[in-house]
Design a protein around this ligand. Structure first.
Ligand code: FNR
Length: 362
């Protein structure tokens, strides 16, 4: 295990290097892999890399407000920790470490229902209201209601249903090696509940439960409109890090049409390939409320547990501050699409292409 404390890392690529040293090939491929041809994984990066900035100069940027807000809670950055199953396979800190890192840094985290030690134990270890619970629906209405009640009783401030996993994507890096993550192992062979989940279930949830509801895996304006029509509180644009439907669009590419369809009736979260401060700022310019961090969080957890995740967030914060200052703005509300310009990407996109100082062995 790498001995570095979280705050020894000076750059994000050093965090990924430490993660690689600490993980065996199975765990490494579990994080970086995507479905089939991994085209969606690459499009997440390509979409971000195709946006250049149009900065404005000669503005006083000596005081910059970096904070964000989600469901009425202040965040130190407009960033949250995406749900990651089996975090405990990456570092013993696991799901508790995720919640602790978010609380220490001052943002929110989403605990996956397939991450140990589970929602009650994580809540016990990290009291506070910065936690959201994310569910894979692996049971009937009573299963959903049970989780909603437990999340509410344990102080989770919102409930997230992941809706892009009707069928499990073929992640060929894992399949070829016969590797099953702990969360995959716990899935029943003939699991059909996620396949059957539909808009009536969302309506029923909103009619039954007071806890705010987020739908994760929205990829079109049509579905975003439907979600807000049912009173959903958070529309989470995501292609699951390219691990589900292959040949989808990049998260950032989907964002503008969803922001338009939601029209302020819910908050918009986006993920997919976000690795750098500039990536976060691009999403904010296109109207996101919050960006979620998936693989970067996984690498940071593998590198140094909760301390590693805090350090990754500190580095993101430094990058975001410099980016905003150099764009000539002091808060995200000053940004809009005129700060962006579509260009050709200068790098060939892949899961780690945002970190060019990593050598080809990655
Ligand atoms: C995930 N993701 C995920 N999503 C979810 O809703 N529940 C889960 O348990 C998991 N588990 C999981 C494990 C691993 C190793 C990865 C990489 C991803 C998807 C995750 O929440 C998020 O949507 C993507 O990771 C975002 O893309 P980036 O940031 O990884 O490119």
């Amino acid at each position: 295990m790498n001995k570095k404390a979280g705050n020894d890392f000076l750059t994000l690529h050093q965090i990924v290097q430490a993660a690689r040293r600490n993980l065996d090939d199975n765990a490494w491929d579990y994080i970086i892999g995507g479905a089939d041809t991994e085209t969606t994984v690459k499009r997440n990066r390509l979409g971000l890399d195709r946006l250049a900035f149009r900065p404005r100069v000669l503005n006083d940027v000596s005081e910059i407000d970096l904070s964000g807000e989600l469901l009425g809670r202040q965040l130190r950055l407009p960033v949250i920790l995406a749900p990651i199953g089996s975090l405990q396979d990456l570092h013993p800190d696991g799901g508790t470490g995720q919640a602790k890192a978010a609380a220490e840094f001052g943002i929110m985290s989403m605990l996956s229902s397939v991450c140990k030690p589970g929602l009650e134990k994580v809540a016990e270890a990290t009291p506070g209201e910065n936690r959201i619970f994310q569910l894979y629906v692996r049971g009937d209405a009573a299963f959903i209601d049970d989780h909603a009640k437990r999340a509410t009783d344990n102080g989770y401030s919102a409930f997230c249903m992941t809706v892009d996993l009707d069928h499990y994507g073929r992640r060929e890096r894992d399949i070829a090696k016969g590797h099953l993550s702990t969360s995959r192992k716990t899935m029943a062979k003939n699991e059909v509940h996620q396949e059957r989940l539909n808009w009536d279930d969302i309506k029923r949830f909103k009619d039954t439960h007071a806890i705010p509801l987020i739908l994760k895996g929205i990829a079109t304006a049509e579905d975003a409109g439907r979600a807000v029509g049912l009173g959903v509180d958070g529309v989470y644009v995501s292609n699951h890090g390219g691990r589900q439907l292959d040949h989808g669009r990049g998260g950032i590419d989907v964002l503008p049409e969803v922001v338009a369809a939601v029209a302020g009736k819910a908050q918009v979260i986006v993920d997919g390939g976000f690795m750098r401060g500039t990536d976060v700022v691009k999403a904010m310019a296109l109207g996101a409320d919050v960006v979620a961090i998936g693989r970067l969080q996984g690498f940071a957890m593998a590198a140094a547990g909760a301390a590693g995740v805090v350090r990754a967030l500190e580095l993101l914060e430094i990058e975001i501050k410099i980016c905003l200052g150099l764009l000539g703005v002091t808060r995200y509300a000053e940004l809009d699409a005129t700060y962006l310009h579509e260009v050709e990407a200068v790098t060939s996109p892949h899961v780690l292409s945002a970190l060019p100082l990593l050598d080809e062995s990655y």
